[in-house]
Design a protein around this ligand. Structure first.
Ligand SMILES: Cc1cc2nc3c(=O)[nH]c(=O)nc-3n(C[C@H](O)[C@H](O)[C@H](O)COP(=O)(O)OP(=O)(O)OC[C@H]3O[C@@H](n4cnc5c(N)ncnc54)[C@H](O)[C@@H]3O)c2cc1C
Length: 579
């Protein structure tokens, strides 16, 4: 054979010794995940200690241009921030972040080491080791997919289900690689030994080949182009195969059963937690006039547990049509755009696309024509709440807070912004001190898309919404306004309206007169470089929350990254709708 590996004849003692090693190394592989979680705890401790230390050293002046003394604490915190920033950078567009590649590479190398360690020259030992090391990662892989606030991994890493999708995906690929190596080495071994024709008919081999075929379908349908082409195909095959592949794996060989049983336990726990998080609420579905937006309103009673849901969390809305079984699988995430405790309602705003959201828009239309404009309640199934917003720090503690929303991304930004400007101080002085440090930029195509936050005066009383209550400033940038006296360029392309006009308010007074005090409307797109420079030029510590199209999020990331490189103390949360 190659690389010193061959097929030595083993006596019973040697076979027993091999079995002991075959059981030992996958356990090391499984338990070594604890080292990763321990690293997270060290990172949190380090962050906490530097934050506390820096709180004493921080000068009173909020001017960033005033150079503070660069103590070792400050220097180490800045290096840490730069490292984290570098880890979050994408390697290539849509090819994962540097952190994912580094983390995935280190983990693969470690598992490869555990596969080769003490295998001597025994080819079959190495072959079996690939399989069992791969199987030892299955419980962790399923745990990473646990969509529940009770997930131990979310608790230990302070990452949300959405943020854990990347390591879940990476580990899935690593497991698949180890299973492929296991199958390829076995088949090669059978050929070398002349056993292929005989062994291919054996139950363990048939079940092994069935499992790898299922894993191949699972991995292929998870690839980004396919996921984007048809999310439903990905979702359905993923759910079906992830649950059924455990059966052939369990019966494949007895040695991997402890790992398969652990995986089944995680899978069942996931299903139970999801059922417990699912509730039916009566609510209305309507279309927002002049937009592609569907509005879902769910009034909450004073005893509803949903009153405690936090700003920025999201829920999974099951398609409210029980007529076809396929729709029952449609389970899309939408952000809670209201402050449940204050507004006494859950508000979801969905932008109409081609799949589930199109069905929602059709349903809104048919309900409206059936009920003659009266918005009758229908039962809506919601699962949640979920989301990273429970890990958002106390934003009021920052010198400056920048909120950036693009289009329907405001469903995430608006409630967090409102919670800061409306709930941060009891006295007028406290409230105005916070409001002065906050900047909210919202880019939309049409002004009408902002109506769910700033309803026209006429609709305020009927909607029962208090979303217009705050008078904190908001800068809205309209890229495709449709007002009568709209100023467009020579080609008539509203998208190209440049920032030279930013300080010039749009002329469509009839749309704007109903907007509340403090809302400033500009035409064109926001110039993020200028905005970020203005914000960072005034603050030592800046919090940035951004949610919107990928391009906008990337632009903000790039500009903020420049300030991180200059040593600015920044906390950033990027929320992207989709993956
Ligand atoms: C955390 C989060 C919050 C979101 N909040 C909003 C919001 O407030 N308003 C809004 O308009 N859009 C929101 N979205 C995006 C929204 O879910 C999709 O844009 C929408 O479902 C796509 O509708 P479609 O008609 O194309 O449906 P489909 O064809 O059914 O879905 C297509 C896309 O929706 C996303 N999607 C669908 N189901 C899931 C799922 N179970 N898990 C993760 N992603 C899924 C995927 O990106 C997929 O590519 C959010 C997405 C996420 C991940």
């Amino acid at each position: 054979m190659a690389f010193g590996y061959g097929f030595p004849n083993l006596n019973d003692d040697q076979k027993h010794a091999r079995r002991v090693l075959l059981d030992f190394y996958p356990q090391v592989a499984q338990w070594s995940a604890l080292a990763v979680f321990a690293l997270f705890q060290f990172a949190f401790l380090f962050s906490w200690l530097t934050c506390r230390g820096l709180a004493y050293e921080r000068p009173r002046s909020p001017s960033f241009s005033k150079r503070t003394e660069r103590t070792w604490l400050k220097a180490s915190q800045q290096s840490w921030d730069k490292l984290l920033w570098w880890m979050k950078k994408p390697v290539f567009p849509n090819w994962g972040t540097t952190g994912e590649w580094v983390g995935g590479g280190v983990w693969t190398t470690w598992l490869l080491y555990l596969s080769f360690a003490q295998t001597g020259n025994d080819y079959m030992h190495l072959t079996k080791r690939f399989g069992i090391i791969g199987a030892s990662q299955l419980p962790l892989h399923y745990l990473l997919a646990l969509r529940s606030p009770y997930s131990p991994i979310q608790y230990l890493t302070r990452l949300s289900h959405e943020q854990l999708k990347a390591p879940h995906q990476a580990l899935g690929r690593i497991i698949y690689l180890f299973f492929l190596l296991h199958v390829a080495f076995y088949l090669n071994g059978f050929v070398q030994l002349g056993f292929l024709a005989k062994r291919i008919k054996d139950k363990d081999v048939i079940l092994g080949l069935l499992s790898i075929s299922l894993f191949t379908i699972l991995s292929t349908t998870s690839l980004e182009p396919l996921r984007r082409w048809n999310y439903r195909v990905f979702f359905t095959t993923h759910v079906l195969i992830a649950s059924t592949v455990l059966v052939p794996l369990y019966f494949h060989v007895s040695h991997i059963r402890p790992y398969i049983l652990e995986t089944i336990a995680v899978f069942l726990l996931h299903q139970i937690l999801r059922i417990l998080s699912t509730k039916i609420f009566p609510g209305t579905i309507t279309l927002l006039p002049g937009t592609q937006l569907v509005q879902i309103r769910i009034p909450l009673s004073s005893s509803s547990t949903a009153l405690k849901w936090k700003p920025g969390q999201h829920v999974y809305l099951r398609h409210p049509s029980p007529s076809t079984s396929l729709f029952r699988l449609q389970n899309n995430p939408f952000t809670i755009a209201s402050l449940p405790a204050k507004d006494k309602q859950l508000l979801l705003i969905a932008r109409t696309l081609n799949g589930t959201t199109k069905h929602l828009a059709d349903l809104a239309r048919s309900l409206s024509s059936r009920d003659g404009g009266i918005h009758a309640s229908i039962p809506l199934t919601l699962e949640g709440p979920y989301g990273a917003s429970s890990h958002v720090p106390n934003l009021v503690a920052f010198d400056r807070i920048l909120f950036v929303a693009g289009g329907v991304g405001a469903t995430f930004v608006v409630p967090v912004w409102r919670s800061v400007v409306e709930e941060s101080g009891s006295g007028d002085a406290a409230a105005s001190s916070v409001v002065n440090r906050v900047r909210f930029i919202w880019a939309v195509r049409k002004l009408a898309e902002t109506r769910w936050v700033f309803p026209e005066s006429a609709s305020i009383s009927t909607s029962g919404s208090e979303m217009h209550a705050t008078t904190a400033p908001v800068e809205i940038f309209v890229s495709r306004p449709s007002g009568a006296d709209l100023q467009v360029n020579a080609n008539g392309d509203a998208d190209d309206i440049e920032l030279a006009e930013h300080d010039q308010l749009l002329g469509f007074e009839e749309q704007m007169h109903s907007l509340r005090k403090g809302v400033v409307v500009h035409s064109g797109r926001p110039k993020m470089d200028r905005i970020i420079e203005e914000v960072f030029g005034k603050g030592l510590r800046v919090a940035v929350l951004v949610c919107g199209p990928r391009g906008l999020v990337e632009e903000v990331r790039e500009r903020v990254g420049w300030w991180v490189g200059r040593g600015a103390e920044v906390w950033v949360h990027e929320e992207v709708f989709g993956w």
